[in-house]
Design a protein around this ligand. Structure first.
Ligand code: NAD
Length: 459
């Protein structure tokens, strides 16, 4: 088995990818992903013991192929030098910003969308001409093997390498002197990764998690809000970084919202036990963690008799609504990352803002309102990686706009041109014109030059 160090040495000696190779490889990547669709679905289903097939198609495959299409359509324009005039002070001179590959980019991926979150950053890094090393999550080993298969069918082993293995391999991986390291995962491991990268002065993009709140304006239709929240929250059984984590609703409407959510959950998931649309919890550790969160909150409502969803072969966790949990309870302090949904009554928008702003900056924030003033108030007074108005989770699938967190939910971004730029060195090149007046701003400072300098300083 080749170690991350050996893989890094091999890749670092290989040339960066020219534009023609980048386009060819991305076209081939799309073909290989499409040809392996069934294998990808089966691998995800095996890793989860039950993974909704439609959600795998949308979130793992469609998003990657759409990202490839968008990237191929625009990458030549992104790579073109951007030339601008140097302005009146440097008459007839020019500046250019020339994107250049960084070298070897490392990608560490999590288990919740294990294919997408390895392949989408790969697309960006390849579009910028880099060689890439990927460390898939050890919690989804079948998907890790498919990622390795797809990469070996698409790329030369001097272009892309996949490091399969446990946490020890992950640690060795993060210690390599990458030219950029993109990590997607928990905030706690993000800090470990950043420390390891700091030893090599490796720049990082951190795509982390957090508690993404939902705020609902008093005038907004609760039926519409419930439909969108249920759709986003129980996708992948809540194991989504941008899943709505908790809801803030006016106290007058809390009961009606709970009823609307219950109706919508029953409509979407009439059954949990034998419903192939309802994904299982990834493993026993997370299943136990979720049970603990629910028990500690002490206030959960289950829509099915508890225990009726028990299966020996699959860790099924039913949708749970938690009404007004304590602010200090674990369910309100840590990222839920599962199908538990706290609904908290507030007396005013100010109180909702206070609750949001007393927590670390979220990865995303959801606003349900038709009033511009309400929306602006929330936008102006909160700081989150992204925001979606009147819908949940689809913001991740938008072509051409960046995605990333802020503060504890991450740093940097990728998707579209943001990804290309993150994995490029944007080199500034100054071109002096033949006519050179710069002597006027250099010693010896004669009376005439001093006049010119004073004039320039006033401009
Ligand atoms: P995790 O942090 O436990 O693991 C992520 C990756 O880090 C895995 O590949 C693992 O092998 C590696 N790793 C673990 N310990 C390591 C160490 N000591 N040194 C080096 N590497 C190490 O995260 P997870 O449980 O796989 O994913 C869930 C988290 O990811 C949630 O917090 C979720 O919000 C977040 N997430 C964020 C995004 C985003 O785009 N911002 C997307 C998906 C998931």
């Amino acid at each position: 088995m080749t170690t991350p160090k050996q893989q890094f040495t091999r890749l670092s000696k290989a040339p960066n990818l020219d534009m023609e190779t980048r386009v060819t490889r991305l076209k081939k990547l799309k073909k290989v992903i499409t040809a392996n669709t069934d294998n990808i679905i089966q691998a995800l289903n095996a890793d989860y013991s039950r993974r909704c097939e439609a959600e795998t198609r949308i979130a793992e495959i469609m998003i990657c192929t759409a990202e490839i299409n968008h990237t191929i359509a625009h990458m030549k324009a992104w790579a073109r030098p951007k030339v601008s005039s140097a302005g009146i002070k440097f008459l007839f001179c020019k500046n250019a910003v020339i994107p250049q590959p960084l070298g070897v980019v490392g990608i560490v991926a999590p288990w919740n969308y294990p294919f997408n979150l390895a392949i989408a950053p790969l697309i960006a890094a390849i579009s910028a001409g880099n060689k890439v090393m990927i460390k898939p999550s050890e919690m989804t080993p079948m998907t890790a093997d498919i990622i390795a298969k797809v990469c070996s069918e698409t790329f030369l082993d001097t272009e892309v390498a996949v490091s399969i293995g446990d946490i020890e391999v992950a640690q060795q991986f993060s210690e390599q002197p990458f030219n950029h390291l993109l990590f997607t995962g928990s905030t706690a491991v993000g800090k470990i990764i950043m420390k390891a990268a700091a030893c090599n002065l490796t720049p990082v993009t951190l795509e982390l998690g957090g508690k993404s709140p939902v705020v609902i304006d008093e005038n907004y239709s609760l039926k519409k809000a419930a439909a969108s929240i249920v759709g986003g929250k129980f996708y992948n059984a809540g194991q989504t970084c941008i899943a709505p984590d908790y809801i803030l609703v006016h106290e007058k409407q809390q009961q009606a919202l709970v009823a609307a959510l219950q109706r919508e959950i029953k409509r979407c998931y009439p059954d949990v036990l034998n419903n192939v649309d309802y994904t299982a919890v990834i493993n026993e550790r997370h299943f136990t963690r979720l049970n603990k969160l629910a028990d500690e909150s002490g206030k959960f409502q289950c829509l099915w008799p508890l225990g009726s969803d028990k299966r020996d072969d699959i860790q099924l966790f039913p949708p749970l609504l938690v009404i007004n949990p304590d602010a200090q309870s674990s369910v309100m302090q840590s990222e839920i990352f599962g199908p538990i949904l706290p609904i908290i009554a507030v007396k005013s928008t100010e109180q909702a803002l206070e609750i949001i702003n007393n927590k670390p900056n979220p990865l995303t924030l959801y606003i349900f309102s038709n009033q511009k003033k309400y929306i602006k108030n929330i936008l102006d007074n909160t700081l989150s990686g992204s925001v979606a108005v009147n819908e949940t989770i689809v913001q991740f699938a938008q072509d051409g706009v960046g995605f990333g967190g802020i503060g504890e939910s991450g740093m940097g971004s990728y998707h579209g041109q943001n990804g290309f730029n993150s994995f490029s060195h944007l080199k500034t090149v100054y071109y002096q014109s033949r006519l050179n007046f710069n002597d006027m701003i250099r010693a010896p400072y004669t009376p005439l030059k001093n006049k010119v300098v004073k004039l320039l300083a006033k401009m």
